[in-house]
Design a protein around this ligand. Structure first.
Ligand code: FES
Length: 381
């Protein structure tokens, strides 16, 4: 079929304009500066300083807080800016294997200005045990960027925070208390700090020194009766005794504490938006020992790795010396997000994957235990 084209006056004018466009552009380009473009830009340099990804850090001080807890202070290459309540991934090589673990930051955000950051570590598990027994001043480690959103949000949270801490779960709240005391954060803070005995309280003296009209600390002992302390567990009755009006509950501690606190908070009828929980690292699963085989694809390489059914897939990968991405180790950040090709696994606790991840076969090795041989595709760290 033959087409007939209509000649239109506007089309002709457009053609004329187009013919003039090339010489006009050439003239404009000729007017431009001949100086080369900058090789870096200020905004990128600032972003690089604030978010270097990983940096090396030298251990400069170790202080023993209790029988099983130590605080490690690191000197960082660059100022380590973070918000009170955040955690960081600390890593090093242990017997040839790259090992890392997230720890809550216990120092004040202001310490970042002097290139200092402190982490408080309870002796439990492989890496924490290694640190406790072996780390010494002068040792070099890697620090990831600060992560996590277990922080006070002035827009969303009430002006009063009721902090529920169990054992070493006091760490983020100690950082927060320092931030309130030095004016970095502006809110009231009542810390309910539960421990077995008085000797198990970390930062007792330091916390007492921070008490003011804005900061209060209530110590709660579960296994010891002593004057001047509350006793039992942190429940609704204690909250009602020490805090009133509108408040946000933030909690950090073991899973058993969360289970108890959930029931107690239900009695108070707090709206969900007023309760925040810090995620816990996934520990060892209580099942019979069994060894499975992981077939792991990273980039163009394939590895075969043994995996104990009691430990997470991530632990097996690290034990084999593979450098795989991880941050929270609790299924929350999605940093270890990997594709499952075949096999079965069990997730520790709640499944925090996006619906699409579960549907299309992605999982989080950090909180998944192998129930059979697995084949998986892991992103490069
Ligand atoms: S390391 Fe955060 S989800 Fe696995």
């Amino acid at each position: 079929m033959a087409f007939t084209f209509k000649k239109q006056i506007f089309g002709f004018l457009d053609l004329l304009r187009f013919k003039k466009m090339v010489p006009r552009r050439r003239a404009k380009l000729a007017e431009g500066s001949p100086a080369p473009l900058p090789s870096t830009y200020r905004v990128n340099e600032t972003a690089g300083v604030l978010h270097p990804g990983f940096q090396s850090a030298k251990l400069i001080a170790v202080v023993q807080n209790t029988a099983d807890t130590k605080t490690y202070t690191f000197e960082t290459e660059r100022p380590f800016y973070f918000r009170a309540g955040q955690y960081v991934t600390l890593g090093c090589k242990v017997e040839g294997s790259a090992v890392s673990r997230p720890y809550a930051i216990s120092s004040a955000p202001k310490a970042a200005l002097s290139k200092r950051v402190s982490l408080t570590v309870k002796k439990c598990g492989f890496f924490s045990g290694y640190l406790f027994d072996n780390a010494k001043e002068g040792d070099l480690f890697t620090l990831g960027d600060p992560s996590g959103d277990f922080c006070y949000e002035p827009v969303k949270d009430a002006r009063h925070v009721a902090a529920l801490a169990g054992g070493s779960g006091i760490t983020p709240f100690y950082s927060m208390a320092q931030a309130v005391a030095d004016g970095t954060e502006d809110h009231a803070l009542t810390i309910f700090y539960g421990a077995r005995t008085e000797r198990d309280l970390i930062f007792r003296k330091e916390l007492d020194a921070l008490v003011s009209d804005k900061i209060k600390v209530v110590y709660v002992l579960s296994d010891e009766q002593k004057e001047g302390f509350e006793h039992g567990f942190i429940g609704a009755d204690l909250l009602q005794k020490y805090v009133s009006g509108e408040y946000t509950v933030m909690m950090c501690g073991p899973a058993a504490m969360y289970a108890f606190a959930d029931k107690e908070l239900a009695k108070l009828g707090l709206p969900l938006r007023r309760v925040k929980k810090e995620a816990n690292c996934t520990g060892v699963r209580d099942v019979a020992a069994a060894t499975h085989t992981l077939t792991v694809h990273i980039g163009f390489d394939t590895y075969t790795v043994p995996a104990d059914a009691r430990e997470t897939v991530l632990t097996a990968l690290e034990r084999a010396g593979l450098n795989v991405p991880a941050k929270c180790r609790a299924g929350g950040c999605g940093f270890c997000h990997s594709k499952l090709v075949s096999g079965r696994f069990t997730i520790a606790g709640a499944d925090k994957r996006r619906l699409a991840d579960a549907k299309f076969g992605y999982f989080h090795p950090c909180c998944s235990y192998p129930d059979s041989d697995l084949e998986l595709i892991v992103p490069k760290a």
